[in-house]
Design a protein around this ligand. Sequence first.
Ligand code: NDP
Length: 260
Amino acid sequence: MEVRLDGKSAIITGSSKGLGLAMAKEFAASGADVAILARDPAGLAEAKTQVSEHAKAKVATFQCDVSKDEDIKKTVPAVMKEFGKVDILINNAGTSRAMTFDKITDEIWQEDLDLKLFGAIRLTRLVWPGMQERKWGRIINVLNLGAKAPRAGGAPTAVSRAAGMALMKILSNEGAPHGILVNGMLVGLIDSDQHVRRHRTAATNVTYDEFRAKMGANVPIGRIGKAEEFAAMACFLCSDLAGFTTGAAINMDGGASPVV
Ligand code: NDP
């Protein structure tokens, strides 16, 4: 079974690092044109070099803060100009922001919703008409386990993610008659730049390998995930091989979620 995305073009948000970068490499190697979106220009330049090594089609970078409507309104037309169309949208950009309810101000709630929920809404709004016209589209909302299993100290992220999951389900039903398939991928613990940063600032003597092993100790599979494993699933979901899968919220967590 060969997973191919030839002739398709993809926007992947938050793809200068971590899971987004792994998806950009996988999608590009599978034949798709790939638009790399992030905020930091240096990160974008480095990502372009890395993704281009694997690419079978075009790779372009776009400086875009997806929590800002004005950035999205500039970026999507620019991607369309570059590639002619957008067939695949991966709403991946995000941060893990989790604290107890008493600490969350309106400003924090709004920032989290702007980034994770409104980012996905606004990007989808702009790519949806073209997907409808061409009768082919794929959208993935990258979420976390809190979307299905919120817990104490898990807001605001779990709330934004639950909303992202509801949005995914609604879009999947509205998109299905038009050939637009929409799914969610719920991340448990997967190796990425955010964990490298966390290790760097943790003021600890343990090596990154030890830090990572400790994180994976309570995961049923016995380790945290690899970004490449996540990217492989995303690529499959965006291919024609997954043509009957829509409205699914898939746990990518080595069995860690308490719920299915
Ligand atoms: P990383 O921190 O490793 O990478 C995040 C990427 O998103 C970077 O490219 C960053 O670039 C970009 N980004 C961040 N904020 C914005 C923004 N406002 N607009 C555009 N781009 C942005 O994260 P991961 O790869 O680990 O995470 C990917 C997704 O998975 C996120 O939504 C995250 O919350 C979720 N997740 C990941 C988990 C994990 O274990 N890895 C666990 C649970 C959820 P720049 O800073 O230059 O903008």
